[in-house]
Design a protein around this ligand. Structure first.
Ligand code: EPU
Length: 418
């Protein structure tokens, strides 16, 4: 199992390119199941979760031309022979439950394993299922599987109980091939939803309102091929900027819209950093030790839960006491005991963590537990004095493309140990 060794205390500075967004790419690759033509996707990040998705699509009969080294993938779902996402796969990558909507809409059947709990929370899929039922799907649960069928999905009004990212994506994809108009209310407004709508539109779907609470979709009888570049990864970008702040550096991340990260940029400013916002770049210049600050995670446009762990690493070395309130996932504090091994002073009560900033952290061996927790441990290691070894970085590899390479370019002393 690979580890990451970091010798901390180096200042991060320079320019780095954002990779394509993992959380945009996953549903977009899956949306090729809706299309009868060839879907050419570029800027696809070369990540474990992406490779798992391609394997799933291939098993279903999708023709996969994989040029991930060049961040390109061509998917052709002219014929699909398997309509199942098996437990072993869904367990490792819960995003695969969004095959339900496209399979149902185009082929009228789907069998998808219930994902089960995961490290950061229970993460049920009830909003996905209720939404698909509103479009006319019949859904049964049997042997740990969702077994769904439909003659032809019918456009309908779907009001989500909560603006779930995955449920919005699943139902949006289903509605793209349903008969008639669908009006989705209380939708997730994340930039990844806008990117998925862009990809569906490139295939010929008729969608409006993405990025707002209400999305309207006129269902089509069929969708065709497309050429579509995936948007830049806002969470990867935010992680590099956090590294710059924690090490007293200055970093420019290129290849993403600063508006996608606005709630995070405001918090960097509150911590005392100078931010330059561009149409396709963001720059952070540290102005000295970060000031204490409070964050509460919220659906977009609020502060993203996927940046919570990284901000806790900032707070661990900030001047003063900070508070984190996590409202999206019920168990997303697993980085806390690991950050404590570096000397961080953190007290957790329920969904709130109080962090008393320390003047310095000292390197230590650490264990990664989930994707964003891993990122926070890497950040902790970059800021700590001495050597930090982060074990189990396969979690990190699920969501960060060549992270050690990119950090080295910025001046970090970091290496992968196989
Ligand atoms: N929820 C339900 N029922 C549902 C769906 C969601 O109760 O049917 C709950 C979840 O348990 C959670 C909350 O609603 O407590 C939010 O879940 P949401 O559906 O919005 O999240 P997701 O689609 O499962 C995506 C990202 C996550 C990111 C969240 C929130 C992908 C592949 N994953 O998950 O990314 O944290 O949105 O923004 O897009 C990550 O990249 O590290 C990651 C976990």
């Amino acid at each position: 199992m690979d580890k990451m060794r970091i010798r901390g205390g180096k200042t991060l500075s320079g320019t780095v390119q954002a990779s394509g967004s993992k959380n945009a790419a996953l549903p977009i690759l899956i949306s090729s199941l809706l299309s009868e033509g060839a879907c050419n996707f570029s800027r696809v990040p070369n990540l474990q979760d992406i490779r798992t998705t391609l394997k799933l699509l291939e098993q279903m009969g999708v023709k996969v031309q994989n040029d991930l080294q060049k961040n390109r993938v061509c998917l052709e779902a002219k014929t699909v022979s398997q309509f199942e996402a098996p437990y072993d796969l869904v367990r490792t990558m819960r995003a695969s439950v969004v095959v339900l909507g496209p399979l149902l809409a185009r082929f009228g059947k789907a069998k998808v394993s219930l994902p089960g709990g995961c490290a950061i929370g229970a993460r049920p899929i009830n909003y996905h299922l209720t939404g698909l039922e509103k479009l006319g799907a019949q859904i049964e649960l049997e042997g740990g599987y969702v077994i769904a069928s439909a003659k032809r999905l019918q456009g309908a009004r779907v009001a989500f109980e909560f603006p779930s990212v995955g449920a919005t994506e699943n139902v949006m994809m289903a509605a793209a091939l349903a008969k008639g108009e669908s009006i989705l209310e209380n939708c997730a407004r994340e930039p990844e939803i806008i990117d998925l709508a862009g990809a569906l539109r490139a295939m010929g779907a008729e969608i409006e309102g993405e990025g707002t609470e209400e999305i309207r979709i006129q269902g089509k009888d069929k969708l065709g091929g497309c050429d579509y570049p995936i948007m830049g990864d806002r969470i990867e970008a935010g992680t590099f900027l956090a590294g710059a702040l924690m090490t007293g550096g200055a970093v420019r991340v290129e290849g993403l819209a600063s508006t996608h990260l606005e709630a995070v940029l405001v918090k960097f400013e509150e911590a005392g950093a100078k931010i330059v916002r561009g149409d396709q770049f963001i720059e952070l210049q540290s102005q000295g030790r970060a000031k204490a600050l409070d964050i509460t995670t919220q659906p977009f446009p609020g502060f993203p839960t996927d940046m919570q762990a990284q901000f806790m690493a900032i707070m661990a070395v900030a001047d003063g006491a900070s508070v984190v309130t996590e409202t999206i996932f019920e168990n997303r504090f697993m980085h806390v005991p690991e950050l404590a091994r570096l000397g961080a002073d953190i007290t957790v009560r329920g969904n709130t963590a109080m962090i008393r900033g320390q003047a310095k952290l000292i390197g230590a061996p650490l264990m990664a537990t989930d994707l964003r927790a891993s990122a926070s441990l890497i950040l902790g290691g970059l800021a700590a004095q001495g050597e930090t070894v982060v074990n189990r970085i396969y979690h990190l590899d699920r969501g960060y493309e060549r992270m050690e390479e990119k950090l080295s370019t910025l001046g970090a002393d970091i290496e992968r140990i196989s």
